[in-house]
Design a protein around this ligand. Structure first.
Ligand code: ATP
Length: 257
């Protein structure tokens, strides 16, 4: 369960996040969408304790991130969009290292590490240094590391970037399974097709404020676009209708230039 109350972050006179309220229950897959510069990464960094809010409160599974940061972080699996991994560790050593940081029992942790390495087809490369891994292999390793301590909340920024179709499907399946086990997933993405297919609830942030919140059907009603897909709804709600009209006119048959 994630509770966010009146969360704000300012950089000088820029209100990057401007008083947002959100509640994501256990087992919900929540999509966090917004145009470039809307405040998504800033929100996520505050949720995972990397950035101090200017005001507001974040509670992760009953633990306040500001008051009880260690306990709150122990409940979170964070998958950043630009992950940092120690290049001079092997894939397996990296997972063991992360498990040690969380103070996990080694027998449990090492079993889980082997399971993830196998699940993501990293078995053959597990004793190679991370510096030799492709982008997609690194992404799979980072996801494994973020989940190894069995978090109650997963916070993820653009999870599918760089993954091949099989990898993307594996991650989707993993996320669905986690939700079924009661884990809340908070996913920021620009991949509206993935958000539409996977998220039970969606929040759209623009200029630091939540401008729409609900299921895809709720957002459709809000945008008054009854048969539209999430991309159309998003462009309508964020006011990018000029762009939509331009794209439609470019796509018109008979257009010569
Ligand atoms: P994108 O989709 O492009 O990644 P975003 O929604 O994640 O965008 P943020 O990175 O949260 O957006 O940025 C929100 C606003 O805060 C932007 O106006 C950005 O320029 C500003 N901002 C972010 N980080 C800083 C910083 N360290 N110093 C000053 N301004 C910042």
């Amino acid at each position: 369960m994630i509770k966010i109350h009146d969360l704000a972050k300012s950089y000088g006179n820029i209100n990057a996040v401007d008083g947002i309220d959100l509640e994501i229950p256990s087992g919900q897959f929540f999509g966090f969408l917004g145009p470039n510069g809307a405040g998504k990464t800033t929100t996520i960094k505050m949720m995972v304790g990397l950035l101090k809010p200017t005001r507001g409160r974040i509670v992760i599974d009953g633990k306040d991130v500001a008051i009880d940061p260690v306990q709150a972080k122990a409940q979170i699996g964070y998958i950043p969009d630009r992950p940092f991994i120690y290049e001079k560790l092997t894939g397996r050593e990296y997972l063991h290292f992360i498990a040690d940081l969380f103070g996990m029992d080694r027998n449990v942790a090492w079993d889980r590490a082997e399971n993830y390495l196998q699940f993501f087809d990293l078995d053959a490369a597990k004793n190679e240094l991370v510096e030799s891994y492709s982008h997609g292999m690194r992404q799979k390793l980072v996801i494994s590391g973020a989940l190894i301590h069995d978090p109650r909340v997963v916070v993820v920024d653009e999870p599918m970037v760089g993954l091949d179709p099989k990898g993307a499907r594996q991650v989707k399946q993993l996320f669905v399974d986690l939700c079924q086990k009661g884990v809340s997933i908070f996913m920021s993405t620009h991949s509206l097709g993935i958000a539409e297919a996977m998220c039970q609830r969606i929040g759209i942030i623009q200029k630091g404020k939540i401008i729409a919140l609900g299921s895809v059907e709720d957002l459709r009603r809000l945008a008054q676009k009854h048969d539209a897909d999430l991309e159309d709804i998003f462009l309508e709600l964020t006011g990018d209708t000029d762009l939509q009209n331009l794209v439609q006119s470019l796509a018109k048959p008979g257009r010569t230039s």
